[in-house]
Ligand binder design. Sequence first.
Ligand SMILES: NC(=O)c1ccc[n+]([C@@H]2O[C@H](COP(=O)([O-])OP(=O)(O)OC[C@H]3O[C@@H](n4cnc5c(N)ncnc54)[C@H](OP(=O)(O)O)[C@@H]3O)[C@@H](O)[C@H]2O)c1
Length: 287
Amino acid sequence: MILVTGAGGKTGISVIKALVSTGEIVRAMVNNKDYREAVLEAGAGEVIVGNLLLSDDLLEAVHGVRAIYHIPPNVHPEELKIGQLVINAARGARVSHFVYHSVLHPQIESMPHHWLKLRVEEYLIESGMAYTILQPAAYMQNITSSLLEIVEKGVYQVPYSVNTKLSLVDLMDLADAASIVLTNQEHQGAIYEMVGTKALSQQDIAKVLGEVLGKGIQAQQVPLAYWERQAKTSGLASYQIDTLVKMFQHYEQFGFAGNASVLGWLLGRQPTSLKNCLKREITGLEI
Ligand SMILES: NC(=O)c1ccc[n+]([C@@H]2O[C@H](COP(=O)([O-])OP(=O)(O)OC[C@H]3O[C@@H](n4cnc5c(N)ncnc54)[C@H](OP(=O)(O)O)[C@@H]3O)[C@@H](O)[C@H]2O)c1
């Protein structure tokens, strides 16, 4: 049995599907009982509704599992504490393998959610547990989640310069990689960067969107202040808004680039291109 935390989110659902497709039995830990149906539909064999900040919930979640795939909550101020609690619970329950879903370039101190992940990596390395760390680039699914709006407006909007270059990864490739490392002991002790493409400018991305959608799509920078107002209206908390603004500023100043060789080696095939990911994701959408 493998425990997946943060299981109700987009990463969790993809990882559950990939693990279940290889015959693994998954226990999904979700924050909110409303996610129960989604993780069961993805194939989870068991569901625990619990809070990652509560030791009692964690004790129940880790009981009897062979391995853990820990997905931290997205941009959470207590991400380090959560990581430490999950690692402590796993060590106490003698879980044999801890796989941590980190992020590409956790070393960047100016991005708080990256820096907290680096501190969790440090804690895991010093825990004495057998571990593997995956460091994903920005997901292609961050783009595909707005496909309908992009088609409607003919515009791909980003809160940084359209010349900003980012490497991307397909969440399905990441999930396949997670499944590979969780089911092969040979990846214990490894830290792998999960990158699927070279660094693409936002104009490059708009061009691929246009090719796949069969209509002209323009990349457009929206002012950060506008993005902040929208984020506030949609209910994002101030820690999340401030952290994401720092991330956008880092992206614009330095880009966010990695190398796809490790993911290609691990998967035994070329990582999925943005074009192929978009083609797959538009299937079934009424576009
Ligand atoms: N998106 C990217 O491009 C990208 C790239 C690299 C790494 N990452 C990292 O991947 C991780 C997951 O991202 P995601 O996009 O899959 O996030 P997500 O969809 O928001 O999923 C995170 C899940 O964690 C749950 N959660 C939050 N607080 C919790 C708590 N106290 N106890 C138990 N569960 C809790 C959330 O439940 P509720 O909704 O009920 O709060 C949610 O289901 C993040 O740490 C992110 O930094 C993302």
